[in-house]
Design a protein around this ligand. Sequence first.
Ligand code: CP
Ligand code: NVA
Length: 313
Amino acid sequence: MKDLLRTEHLSRGDVDTILTTAREFASNPLKAIQTLAGKSVAIYMTKPSTRTRLASETAVAHLGGHPIFLRSDDLQLGRGETIADTARIISGFADAMIIRTFKQSDVDELGRFATIPVINGLTDEDHPTQLLADWTTIFEHFGASVAGRKFAYFGDGNNMANSWLIMGAIMGAHVVVATPEGRFAPDLSAIERAEAIAKTTGAKVEVVHDAKEAARGASVLYTDVWMSMGDPESERSEKIKALSRFKVDDSLMQLGTADAVFMHCLPAHREEEVSTSVIDGARSLIWRQAFHRRTTIQSILFHLLRGELSGRQ
Ligand code: CP
Ligand code: NVA
């Protein structure tokens, strides 16, 4: 596998490889300081980012490389140069690329024309590097066995909901996504892809429209912002009204297992998708998740550059 363009491209073996090395980087961040010595990684973002940018730049620096951060208005891409030409040029100057943008198809196209590894740093449909940090956090907290546990996501059927379903399927886990019906439900194609993967891994994938049903017996209660980057402001009030019954609060947490934890990819809007008492409470793993972003990106770069990820066959 040359690139990490979509969560669904990862095999279970790839996830295990990435998570194992990420743990090693956590104990020794400079473990592979020569990996990117004399090399550069382009980080191109057309949306804002706090964690992914900081994690990516420090990941590259810790591997001995040079991060080149590019915003959308820095490149001729924004003035009509094609993705194919941009991919060829970046491939001539850099050794890998991390991209955050709107359309998944743009990231797919970049991967097709680039001769260097391309890593998806978030699109409207997917957020694979986040899910790898999330599962690093889950394994760190609960151990690597998912048997008998339920992993529930609440709120908007957005990029995080899609990725949560697909990664849960890869991990052979019981994953549930609770969203409103209709426009704010996850993409049908993401649900179908997660179900197809689940058939091969023994996972159980569910999409429900009742927050309490999803929370009952869950070990992880996960949520994300209700208004994602790029969502039209015109739908804000309708969306907040539709999503309000999926807010993760203390009463929802109570329905989980006795050892249930709260997770959130961040940024968060306290008292919208989550109550302050939950996100800042003792069961919240948000800071572990955030700080695992660097080590997982280090690990992805390390293995992609060595050609050590096989992808799903
Ligand atoms: N979770 C996440 O991707 O955060 P940023 O948008 O700050 O990068
Ligand atoms: N769903 C959010 C995730 C941010 C990390 C967004 O796309 O804005």
